[in-house]
Design a binder for this molecule. Structure first.
Ligand SMILES: Nc1ncnc2c1ncn2[C@@H]1O[C@H](COP(=O)(O)OP(=O)(O)OP(=O)(O)O)[C@@H](O)[C@H]1O
Length: 256
């Protein structure tokens, strides 16, 4: 399979008036088309920065990045990617459906690509059929985050970048959304890069987990999650799951 995202020797330095921070040093990673890579690491290790480099929101100081064989700027211009942030960031005066439709209006009205799911279909995909006309304040936190996932999937992006999208949710909602995200991933075939602090979430969701160490952000470990493709939350009770989790905990410990 070909790589959806490939980073080679990526270094990012932020220079401010007061100091220079090396957010990433010589970080390399790859995720194949249709893959699901979890990015795990302590606070400040550069997980968000790495996503932002892939999304063309931050320019690396050194290194090469390709997204489906394109430079990040070209991939962004080709509307190859969707981004989901920790905060659902919905417009309060627009309904769920209108929030999903928003990207079609930003930067000049445009049509959906042929065959791409409609906003209504995307709301159904994320389990919000019947909630199309509700406003954000009428939805729970988990429902709002589903809307933002539907919005990011508009236009059928080949790559979904998710920066701790469930970090602010309660555990039960988060569990449910974890299961649903795996289902959405399988149904859409979208490549996903998912940032999390949670080892459990990283293993449950990912086909691979990339661990970054902090100060400066750098590669610490890459683990293949050798679990069945069809997973429900009960897999977290299995010895195979626990073994992967403890291996990752060791990698995280060594990275400090
Ligand atoms: N725009 C910026 N300007 C200056 N420094 C920045 C900027 N963005 C990030 N940094 C610094 O780069 C480092 C990595 O930040 P980043 O947000 O990528 O880490 P993270 O692993 O995502 O952290 P967290 O898990 O806490 O969200 C931090 O030291 C941060 O202060």
């Amino acid at each position: 399979m070909s790589a959806a995202v490939e980073c080679r020797g990526v270094t990012v330095r932020f220079v401010t008036d007061r100091r220079t921070v090396t957010a990433l040093r010589d970080v390399s990673m790859a995720v194949e088309a249709g893959g699901f890579l979890s990015l795990l690491g302590p606070s400040g290790c550069g997980k968000s920065t790495l996503l932002r480099v892939v999304a063309d929101l931050v320019k690396p100081s050194a290194g090469d990045v390709s997204v489906f064989g394109m430079a990040p700027a070209a991939a962004r211009a080709a509307r190859t990617l969707g981004f989901v942030f920790q905060d659902a960031a919905l417009l309060p005066w627009r309904t769920a459906l209108q929030n999903v439709e928003l990207p079609l209006e930003v930067g000049g009205r445009r049509e959906l690509p042929k065959g791409a799911p409609t906003p209504r279909e995307l709301l159904k995909l994320v389990g919000l059929e019947g909630w199309e006309n509700s406003f954000p304040h009428e939805l729970s936190g988990g429902m709002r985050q589903r809307v933002s996932i539907a919005r990011a999937l508009l236009g059928g992006p080949r790559l979904l970048l998710m920066d701790e999208p469930f970090g602010a949710l309660d555990e039960i909602t988060r569990d449910r959304l974890n299961e649903e995200l795996r289902r959405v991933w399988q149904e859409t075939g979208t490549t996903i890069l998912f940032v999390t602090h949670s080892v459990y979430e990283a293993v449950f969701l990912g086909e691979q987990v990339l661990v970054l160490a902090a100060n400066p952000g750098r590669n610490a470990a890459l683990v293949t999650v050798d679990l069945p493709r069809d997973r429900d939350l009960s897999i977290r009770e299995t010895p195979a799951f626990t073994t992967i989790v403890s291996g990752l905990r060791d990698s995280l410990g060594r990275g400090h």
